[in-house]
Design a protein around this ligand. Structure first.
Ligand code: NAD
Length: 431
C-alpha cells in the first residue's frame, strides 16, 4: 500500500468526500479541500456533514490517510492529481453553472507536473475549454475527465465496486495515473477521449431518467386500464434487453443529478443546434407525475382546502439526507397553495428539510405525523415506513386515505386496517 499515489480532492460534498474516503480506503493519502471552512472544521473533528451509510466508519478507519484543509496549495504540494468534485447546479436557463469549476481552474497554480481530474458532471466541451484556459494562462496542467456514477445512499459501496470506470484524456501520464488509481477495483475500464467521457455521464443519467419516465407513463396507463404495473415491470424486466433496474414507478425522479443533468443535456443539445425531443417529454412526464399525487388527493378528499395531509419521507430517496430537487418540496408547496395543512416527517433529512419547507408541521415519527390527518402520502420509500402499524395509524388518522407514492407498502396491511390504499399504477380497485 505504501506506494499508492497521494491525491487531492477539491470539493468535499457527496462525491468529493466519498471519493476521498474511498481512495483512502485503497491506501492513498488524500488531501480533501473545501472552501466551506465550517465543513472542514467538522470533518477535522470527526463529524461527517452528510448522511451516507458506512461513511463515518470508513473515515474513522482511514483517519491517518485523510487530511482536511481549506487551502489548495498544501494539497498540491503533496499530490499531482487534483480531483475536482465541486457542484455544477443548474442556472435559470437550465445550463450547468460552471462558476465553482471555473473558480477551481483559476485557483490552480502554474505547473507542468499536475493534472486536473474532473469528477464533477459538466457539459461536453468543458474539458476543451479548461485546457484552453490553462494554455492561455501558461499553467501547463494536464486534464482528465473521470465522471462519477455513484448513487447517494450506496455511495461508498458504489465507489468500491463501480460498474465501470471512464477515463477521458489525451493519452498522457495523467490518464495513465488515473487508470492506475482505479486498477485495484477491477472494474471494466472505458478509456476514451475527453468529450466522449463527458457525454457518457450525461447520456447515462438521461437514459436512466428516460426509463423512469417511461415506466411512470406505463403506470398511468395501467391505472386507466386495470393492469398492475408491478406485474408489468416484472414481466418486462426479465427481458435482458430491457433489464429490471429503474422500472419502479413512483412520483417522479428528483435529487441533485437527474433533473439537472437531463436539463443540461437538453440545453447542450439546443445550444449546439439540435432539438432533443425525447428529453423534453422525459422532463414533462416527471413534472406531471408529481401533480398526479395532488390530483389523487383532491379526488380522494373532495378538495384540499382545510384538509390535513402527512408527507412521509422528504429526502429525494432513502438513505440520504439530500433534499435537492426532492419531490416532497413540490408536493408541500402545491398542497399549501391549494389550502391544505402539511405535516411532515423524515428519518434523517429533517434538518435539511427545515431549511426548505416553510409553514409545515415537523414531527418526530411517522405515527406522530399521521395523527389527525385526512390522508398520508408515502413520498420516500424509507424501510421504516414498510413497518408502520396501520391499525395504530388508522386510529390516529382523521381520514382514511393512504397514497403510496412509491408502491412501498403492503397493500393488504393498509386495507385490512380499514384504510383506502392507492399506489402508483396498481390497476383499478376491486369491483
Ligand atoms: P455538493 O454540493 O455536495 O458538494 C460540492 C462541494 O464543493 C461543497 O462542499 C462546496 O463547498 C465545495 N466547493 C464549491 N466551490 C469550491 C471551490 N472553489 N473549492 C473547493 N471546494 C468548493 O455536490 P455533489 O453532490 O458532491 O456533486 C458534485 C459534482 O458531482 C456535481 O457536478 C454533481 O453533478 C456530480 N455528481 C454528483 C452525484 C451525487 O449523487 N451527488 C453523483 C455523480 C456525480
Amino acid at each position: 500500500m505504501a506506494d499508492r499515489e497521494p491525491i487531492a480532492v477539491i470539493g468535499t460534498g457527496y462525491v468529493g468526500l466519498v471519493t476521498g474516503v474511498g481512495f483512502a480506503q485503497l491506501g492513498n493519502d488524500v488531501w480533501c479541500v473545501d472552501i466551506d471552512a465550517d465543513k472542514i472544521a467538522r470533518l477535522e473533528r470527526g463529524e461527517v456533514p452528510i448522511h451516507e451509510p458506512g461513511l463515518s466508519e470508513a473515515i474513522v478507519a482511514n483517519r491517518d490517510r485523510l487530511h482536511f484543509t481549506t487551502e489548495l496549495a498544501p494539497a498540491l504540494e503533496h499530490a499531482r492529481l487534483a480531483f475536482v468534485a465541486v457542484g455544477t447546479p443548474p442556472t435559470y436557463s437550465g445550463d450547468a453553472d460552471l462558476s465553482a469549476v471555473n473558480a477551481v481552474v483559476e485557483a490552480m497554480p502554474a505547473s507542468d507536473n499536475h493534472a486536473l481530474v474532473m469528477k464533477s458532471t459538466v457539459p461536453v466541451g468543458t474539458g476543451a475549454a479548461v485546457k484552453r484556459t490553462f494554455a492561455e494562462q501558461g499553467k501547463g496542467f494536464s486534464y482528465v475527465s473521470c465522471p462519477e456514477f455513484l448513487k447517494e445512499g450506496t455511495a461508498l459501496a458504489d465507489f468500491m465496486s463501480p460498474d465501470r470506470v471512464v477515463v477521458g484524456d489525451d493519452g498522457n501520464w495523467a490518464g495513465d495515473a488515473v487508470v492506475d488509481l482505479y486498477e485495484p477495483l477491477g472494474a471494466p475500464l472505458v478509456r476514451t477521449d475527453i468529450a466522449s467521457a463527458e457525454m457518457v455521464k450525461l447520456a447515462s443519467n438521461a437514459f436512466l431518467a428516460t426509463k423512469i419516465s417511461f415506466i411512470n407513463e406505463i403506470a398511468n396507463v395501467c391505472e386507466e386500464t386495470g393492469a398492475d404495473v408491478v406485474e408489468v415491470a416484472k414481466g418486462m424486466g426479465f427481458d435482458q434487453r430491457i433489464g429490471s433496474a429503474f422500472l419502479r414507478p413512483g412520483i417522479g425522479f428528483g435529487g441533485s443529478c437527474f433533473p439537472k443533468d437531463v436539463t443540461a443535456l437538453k440545453q447542450l443539445a439546443g445550444n449546439s443546434g439540435y432539438h432533443f425531443q425525447l428529453l423534453n417529454a422525459v422532463i414533462e412526464v416527471n413534472e406531471l407525475q408529481k401533480r398526479r399525487v395532488i390530483g389523487k388527493l383532491e379526488q380522494g378528499l373532495g378538495g384540499l382546502v382545510g384538509k390535513r395531509v402527512a408527507l412521509l419521507g422528504l429526502a429525494f430517496k432513502p438513505d440520504t439526507d439530500d433534499m435537492r430537487e426532492a419531490s416532497s418540496l413540490v408536493l408541500a408547496g402545491r398542497l399549501k397553495a391549494a389550502g391544505a395543512e402539511v405535516v411532515v416527517y423524515d428519518p434523517v433529512a429533517m434538518d435539511e428539510a427545515r431549511k426548505l419547507i416553510v409553514d409545515a408541521k415537523f414531527t418526530d415519527s411517522a405515527i406522530e405525523a399521521v395523527d389527525g390527518v385526512d390522508a398520508a402520502v408515502i413520498v420516500t420509500e424509507w424501510p421504516e415506513f414498510a413497518e408502520i402499524d396501520w391499525v395504530v395509524a388508522a386510529s390516529a388518522m382523521r381520514g382514511n386515505l393512504v397514497i403510496d407514492g412509491r408502491n412501498h407498502l403492503d397493500r393488504d396491511a393498509v386495507e385490512s386496517a380499514g384504510l383506502v390504499y392507492e399506489g402508483v399504477g396498481r390497476g383499478a380497485p376491486a369491483e
